[in-house]
Design a protein around this ligand. Structure first.
Ligand SMILES: [Zn+2]
Length: 402
């Protein structure tokens, strides 16, 4: 009888131990939590797709990342997942390309982006993004969590009423955000093209139907008009006055500037872009100017300290999977402090997407989206390229190579 009780207790104890062991645990040599905190020798315990606890307990773990720096899965708020070079090496202009072919390029881009440590992206955007968003969300195909604008409001969308109708249509079609082309392409000079009334229509209607807004805008005039129209975020920025910096800080406008990767990528792949649309020699010269003024504007913004800088790369063909190069450029050439740069690509990016309580921070209750890099990005930001491990929603998509 006594032996029976003992063995029953032993069985109970082993079941308890087993139950504990089924929880996935990770050990981080260094942990950057995404919200400004840094600690060492940390253990994370997961509960399915979420983080259950963060502590310093020793012992065996499922994934030993003690050699690495662990951070939240990175967030890129501006990519173009469908943008690609055709089979002949040129930017997409092949009229014979089928929808199936185009989709496979997008799948490839999504995979490269996830392997580079980006577990969430905002695509600004193609109508095809919605299929990719859904298939990745089903959990079989590896790719980042996708938010998309599906399309964009442009000067040609029409009068304010037509713009409001289009915004309602986007909401109905399942857009996560409204993208607005307030300015012309930088290759066409980047001047303000939408009227104040058009901008107000787009941003007020989006707010009314519960969608965020981001506006492609260059220059003091465009950026000021976008902020005055009540839009939530500025894409590119590139050049504006100190007065605009004050205005952004005052209104809490998110700024997603692109200072490094986008220009470097166009330059590296110049032959692949040249000859399509506004990718002309004059367009390339304008991009070179934008690169110089962009750094100057970015440094003034960083120095001010009050603007909500978020991370986006504007990844187009040739740049997918290289997203972190933009972060490196912002620190090395734009003089943004490394911790701020990391926050801009984690918790603050999450906040800008309305997901501040779900992703971008390594703390109990958040999604188990995390990456490990070799080295310490706080002292050498180039470490952001040395991705060694990627987990999204508790699933390992990139294990540490043996
Ligand atoms: Zn873009």
């Amino acid at each position: 009888m006594k032996a029976g009780i003992v063995s029953a207790l032993a069985l109970l104890a082993s079941v308890t131990v087993l139950a504990q062991d089924t929880r996935v645990t990770l050990r981080a040599g260094r942990l950057i939590d995404g919200a400004g905190g840094m600690s060492e020798n940390v253990r994370l315990t997961l509960d399915g797709a979420r983080i259950a606890s963060v502590d310093r307990l020793r012992g065996e773990v499922t994934y030993d990342l003690s050699e690495f720096t662990v951070m939240p899965g990175l967030i890129d708020t501006h990519v173009h997942l469908t943008a690609h070079f055709d089979a002949d090496g040129h930017t997409h202009d092949d009229p014979d390309e089928t929808a199936e072919q185009a989709m496979l390029f997008a799948v490839e881009n999504a995979y490269q982006t996830l392997m580079a440590g980006f577990t969430t992206v905002q695509s600004l955007g193609s109508v095809r993004d919605q299929y990719l968003r859904e298939v990745i969300a089903r959990g079989t195909l590896p790719g980042p969590r996708i938010l998309t604008s599906l399309g964009a409001v442009t000067v040609d969308t029409g009068a304010p009423d037509e713009i409001r109708g289009y915004v309602r249509q986007l909401a109905e079609d399942g857009a996560d955000v409204v993208k607005i082309f307030a300015s012309a392409s930088i290759r066409d000079g980047g001047a303000k093209v939408m009227s104040d009334e058009q901008l107000q229509a787009a941003c007020s209607e989006a707010t009314r139907v519960g969608l965020r807004t981001v506006a492609h805008a260059y220059g003091t005039e465009s950026v000021t008009a976008v902020i005055e129209a009540g839009c939530g975020g500025i894409e590119h920025g590139t050049r504006f006055s100190d007065g605009v910096i004050e205005l952004m800080a005052e209104r809490g406008t998110y700024l997603d500037p692109h200072v490094g990767l986008v220009w470097a990528n166009y330059q590296e792949h110049k032959d692949s872009f040249l000859g399509t649309g506004n990718y002309t020699e004059a367009g390339f010269a304008r991009m070179q100017d934008a690169r110089v003024t962009g750094y100057d504007t970015f440094r003034r913004t960083v120095q001010h300290g009050g603007v909500k800088l978020i991370f986006g790369s504007d990844a187009v063909a040739g740049a997918h999977g290289r997203n972190a190069e933009e972060l490196i450029a912002r620190v090395n050439d734009g003089r943004q402090p490394p911790m701020d740069a990391i926050i801009s690509a984690t918790s603050r990016a999450a906040e800008s997407l309305g997901m501040a309580d779900q992703i971008g921070t390594l703390a109990p209750g958040f999604e188990a989206d995390l990456v490990a890099v070799a080295g310490n990005p706080l002292t050498d930001i180039d470490a952001m390229k040395a991705i060694r491990f990627v987990m999204k929603g508790g699933v390992v998509y990139r294990p540490v190579a043996p």
